[in-house]
Design a binder for this molecule. Structure first.
Ligand code: NAI
Length: 332
């Protein structure tokens, strides 16, 4: 089986090549290329059985049609999210799609807590100040999490891990989810309005759906406590950015930590340090001292990359064996 690996970074190659050393993957041949998979680059897959793509790529109908013309039979998403894949179009051409539903949820939750701690203890500012020989504490006043209330929106794999971390910090943990997670016996489930009103920290861990799109907007922001900490490691579309900017300007938030944001596509995972920033809302967010932004790196740990490589290659093997694997999104 020949797989063309789009948008390959050095770390992708490292972990996949390591994994490919296992005998069971002997029949798999992989080529790594730099371009992302888009309608324009899909033609590069000519002669390959499968392509491997990521969360930031464009697998809309045009891409799928070109992949079909190239003879591609399988799309391997090396990520959990697949809202960028036109599954209907893939189904139409009999192209199978598999993903990696879970890989180290703790990695993402730990990054969420890293954002909380950084933003609420101002370590991003302290780091720069001390490097410049400035040992003043002015502007670095923080808040302690112990005894405060954490509100977790979505208690699936990552939200549950975040709930456990917050519990470990001595926080009271409340949550909102249509399907309460019975393993979290220390969590009190409440409705969204109650969570907004009672939480000192709100951490978003639900998927982006029609229902959750812009769930954080000026109306829901107004329902939050003054001085709340808001963290989003899920998907940018959960927060209406302009409303967030308004809320920050009105001093609603003690701190905001964002690993994802609405305008991340086109710049996420790329070094743009020599270019003029085109997105005005991102520029505005970056201008606030109590906002911490990272570039969709919640997943980015050794443990997660090992798990992603292993599961992606297992998905390929299942296809080779003619099986419909548990991680397939089509063909069921
Ligand atoms: P999951 O499927 O295990 O859990 C999602 C939970 O959200 C479920 O319990 C579901 O009932 C709940 N939910 C769905 N709609 C909701 C709504 N409108 N309000 C409240 N709860 C709702 O998903 P998992 O693995 O925990 O991932 C969560 C999200 O994290 C993913 O959808 C993805 O967007 C994001 N993610 C971010 C990464 C990063 O690098 N920053 C890496 C991996 C995932």
């Amino acid at each position: 089986m020949k797989i063309l690996f789009f948008g390959a970074k050095s770390y992708d190659e490292k972990y996949f090549k390591e994994c490919l050393k296992q005998e069971k993957y002997g029949g798999i041949e992989v080529n790594f290329i730099e371009p992302d998979l888009t309608p324009n680059t899909a033609v590069l897959a000519n002669g390959y059985d499968a392509v491997c793509a990521f969360v930031n790529m464009d697998l809309s109908d045009q891409t799928i049609r070109t992949l079909n013309e190239c003879g591609v039979k399988l799309i391997l998403m090396r990520c959990a999210g697949y809202n960028n894949v036109d599954l209907g179009e893939a189904e139409k051409y009999g192209i199978r799609v598999a993903h990696v539903p879970s890989y180290s949820p703790e990695s993402v939750a730990e990054h969420a807590m890293a954002l909380v701690l950084t933003a609420c203890r101002r370590t991003h500012k302290a780091y720069i100040k001390v490097r410049e020989n400035n040992y003043s504490l002015v502007g670095l006043m923080g808040v302690s999490l112990h005894g405060r209330t954490a509100g977790i929106v979505g208690t699936g794999r990552i939200g549950a891990a975040m709930a456990r971390i917050c519990h470990g910090f001595g926080m009271k943990v409340i949550a909102y989810d249509m399907y309460p997670n019975k393993s979290l016996d220390f969590v009190t489930y409440v409705d969204l309005d109650t969570l907004l009103a009672e939480s000192d920290l709100i951490s978003l861990h639900c998927p982006l759906t029609e229902e959750s799109y812009h769930m954080i907007n000026i109306d829901t922001i107004n329902k939050m406590k003054d001085g709340v900490i808001l963290v989003n490691t899920s998907r940018g579309g959960l927060i209406k950015t302009m409303d967030l900017v308004q809320g920050i300007r009105e001093n609603k938030f003690f701190a905001v930590g964002l690993d994802v944001y609405e305008e991340e596509n086109g710049q996420v995972y790329e070094d743009k340090s020599d270019e003029i920033l085109q997105h005005s809302t991102v520029a505005r967010l970056l201008s606030f001292p109590n906002v911490m932004v990272t570039s969709h790196q919640g997943f980015f740990t050794e443990e997660a990359l090992q798990a992603i490589s292993e599961t992606t290659l297992e998905n390929a093997l299942a296809f080779v064996r003619g099986e419909i694997g548990p991680n397939e999104l089509t063909g069921k």
